[in-house]
Design a protein around this ligand. Structure first.
Ligand code: SF4
Ligand code: SF4
Length: 168
């Protein structure tokens, strides 16, 4: 489990209890976990699955993530799954990843990750999009081979998008 960046907290955000698949809870993507109270409080906090206890998104754990990536502001949550930088977009804001500065940042992450085999996948509802390096997000193309499990809650930690070594 990665350390939380000083001064950061989830506050009222609960996107990681909504956007990813969580098999341990039989929770499909883009549905609110049945244990999530309206005020973003976990009703089984002391007994929540270990992966919930361990998970923190990249904004929480990567000091390189700038303020606009706070999930409740970006309407996206970001985490790493091996070589994949996973970006889950709140379906209520389906164009969030196409807005500046996000699309430029996503393309930069894709460019930085590519030399060591890393890549960036954006999920919007059930659509998976692979961000092409240096495309500035404009030419992002649907990527049919992405499997549903590729948005399973897992891992997290830093993404350090400017450091390809993170994806070795
Ligand atoms: S997405 Fe990040 S900021 Fe939001 S609740 Fe989850 S860990 Fe906290
Ligand atoms: S069990 Fe709790 S922490 Fe885990 S997804 Fe559900 S509400 Fe969130």
């Amino acid at each position: 489990m990665s350390a939380i960046v000083a001064g950061r907290s989830c506050d009222s955000c609960s996107l990681c209890c909504i956007l990813p698949d969580i098999d341990a809870l039989e929770k499909p993507a883009n549905t609110v976990c049945r244990h999530c109270a309206p005020e973003s409080r976990c009703l089984i906090y002391l007994d929540r699955p270990q992966l919930c206890a361990d998970f923190h998104c990249a904004w929480m754990t990567d000091g390189a993530m700038t303020a606009e990536w706070e999930p409740s502001r970006a309407h996206m949550m970001v985490y790493s799954q091996g070589p994949q930088i996973t970006v889950l977009v709140d379906p209520a804001y389906p164009e969030a990843h196409r807005q500046t500065p996000y699309r430029e940042q996503l393309a930069q992450w894709a460019s930085s990750a590519a030399p060591s085999g890393g890549f960036v996948i954006v999920f919007v509802g059930d659509t998976a999009i692979k961000i092409e390096p240096r495309s500035h997000g404009i030419n992002a193309t649907a990527h049919d081979s992405i499997r549903r499990r590729d948005r399973e809650l897992s891992g997290a930690g830093t993404i350090a998008g400017s450091d390809p070594k993170e994806f070795a």
